[in-house]
Each structure stands twice: as C-alpha cells, then as structure tokens.
Write a protein that binds this ligand. Sequence first.
Ligand SMILES: Nc1nc2c([nH]c(=O)n2[C@H]2C[C@H](O)[C@@H](COP(=O)(O)OP(=O)(O)OP(=O)(O)O)O2)c(=O)[nH]1
Ligand SMILES: [Mg+2]
Length: 313
Amino acid sequence: MKCIHVAAAVIRSADGRILIAKRPLDKHQGGLWEFPGGKVEAGESVEAALARELVEELGIRVTRARPLIQVRHAYPDKQVLLDVWEVSAFEGEAHGAEGQPLAWVQARDLPDYQFPAANLPIIAAARLPDRYLITPEGLEPQVLLKGLKVALDAGIRLVQLRAPAMFDAQYRDMAVDAVGLCAGRAQLMLKGPREWLGDFPSAGWHLTARQLREYAGNGRPFPAQRWLAASCHDAEELQLATLMGVDFVTLSPVQPTHSHPGTPVLGWAKSSTLLAGFNHPAYLLGGLGADDLPPALQAGAQGVAAIRGFWPD
Ligand SMILES: Nc1nc2c([nH]c(=O)n2[C@H]2C[C@H](O)[C@@H](COP(=O)(O)OP(=O)(O)OP(=O)(O)O)O2)c(=O)[nH]1
Ligand SMILES: [Mg+2]
C-alpha cells in the first residue's frame, strides 16, 4: 500500500490551548477531530506543506514551528506518515476556511475528543513537555524534596521519582510529599513495583526495562487514563513498549553518564535512527541537558530527560 505523507500541526495559542478541527464527513476518517494539515505535495518540504495547508484550511500564517512527532499508521484502506509540527506563533485569526468546525481546547482535555486511531501518540506528545526531570539518587528525602521544589519553580512539568536504593516505606513516604509538591503543577511518575502505585492515583508509572520485558506480553498493565512510561535502550525494547501500549519512553544512554559509567552509548546518529522507527513520544537520556534540546528535537525526540542536567545546584 502506498504511504501518504501528511503534514499536521499542533497549534498553541498564547494561553496554551490547542486548535483542533472536525474532518468533513465525506473524507477519510470523516467526522472525527484532527490536527489541521494535509498531504505533502511532490517536491514540497514538510514545513512548506504545513504553511500552505494552514493558509488554505485556517487562513493563518505560521511564524514559529518545530518538529513534534512522526507517526506511521496503517488504516485498513490507507497508510499514512503523519509529520506533526508544533506551531507556537502565527499571524491572523484562525477560522474554518473550508467550513469545518474548530475548537480551542486545553491539552489535558484532548483525550475527551474522538480522533483517528493514528492520533493517540500525537495527543500524548501534545500533552507532554520537552523536559523530563529524573531525581538524583542517594539524597536525604528532605534534600530531594527541596531540590524538587526548586526545579518545579524553574518550570519542570514532568518528574520521575527515582530512588532505586530506598526501601518500600521510605520511598512511599517520599512519594506522598512529592505528590503534594507536584499537584496542579507537574506530572509525577513513580518508579518501583506495581504494588506501590495503588495509593497514588494521580501518579504515573515508569517501568524499568526489566519490568517492560516481564509485562509486555500481556498488554498494558495500567489504566489508560494514567501515564505509563518505560526505559528503553534498543530497538527490541522500543518494540516491546509499543506492544505494551506505553504513553512515552526514555531512550538511553545517548552520551556517557555519571549514573551508569562504562555503559556503551548510543550516540546521536543511532538514537535518531531508532526514533525514526518508533511512533510514540521519546525522551533522549544520558549525559544530556537543556543545551541538548535542539539536537534532541532534530533527532525526532519529544525532548530531553536528565538527572544532573535538570537538577538545581
Ligand atoms: N490533517 C490530518 N490528517 C490526519 C490526522 N490523523 C489522521 O489519521 N489523518 C489522516 C487522514 C487522511 O487520510 C490524511 C490527511 O489527509 P487530508 O484529507 O487532510 O489531506 P488534505 O488536507 O491534503 O485534503 P485533500 O484536499 O487532499 O482532500 O491523514 C490529523 O490529525 N490531521
Ligand atoms: Mg486536511
């Protein structure tokens, strides 16, 4: 089946809402909501196609855009490559130039709208930030929580509470405080055995690669409404993550790290190749920091995950 290359836009208003449009009933996937966009024409760049489609469909001129995610999907009747860009600035007032209904919605409300099946990872990408903080190990709980507060004040919106050496009760006490600190400000991901999750309904679960391998055969081990992530290191683990239906992954190590000295690294080129075959948001991890965001986005990542790179001094 021929693959159709589509440029689509997650358009954000100044107040953070996202523009969605309803597909006409007579079109492929008609009647469902979509991110505005359309087919890339022969000889046209994705950026040019995006700009053209948004003029045609919405009457706006894009002034700032960056790659967000690429999703390949096979419908029974059609195969698509959705090349999704985030548009954070534009000129003009968006209107349904082809008569299609529009809605500006909060990112967290996107799951309430019906989209084509290919859009699930795009919705996750639109809801996730570009930085993922992983807490350093070996800190006293009070020191860790103080650092977390500073990081949240500095704009961190996604946090993994990582404390591999802690006992159950110690970790759970700290999780109670971390949930409190993150409430209404950031999504907290907990890392540990399944039994630890029950008492923390607002927290997501970040699986180790070992847990991923253990659970993957049985589908998603966690409710759809709660964030599920996994640590991946190679093509096989990325495939297991897809099989399990995770919302996002980390891919590591891109560069040498303090936490895993001596581990062979992927480097940028290999990371980029691995992500090209993966359809979900992925944070690149390992020896990276805020300066590495532009190359990470170029490599097809959602952003960067870091311990030291995002931990306040
Ligand atoms: N624009 C857009 N297309 C999507 C999304 N999700 C999804 O599966 N698709 C599919 C549906 C279509 O098969 C294809 C996009 O085609 P389209 O009908 O928008 O293309 P177009 O704007 O160039 O329209 P046309 O003039 O060729 O009819 O991608 C999405 O979020 N946005
Ligand atoms: Mg279109």
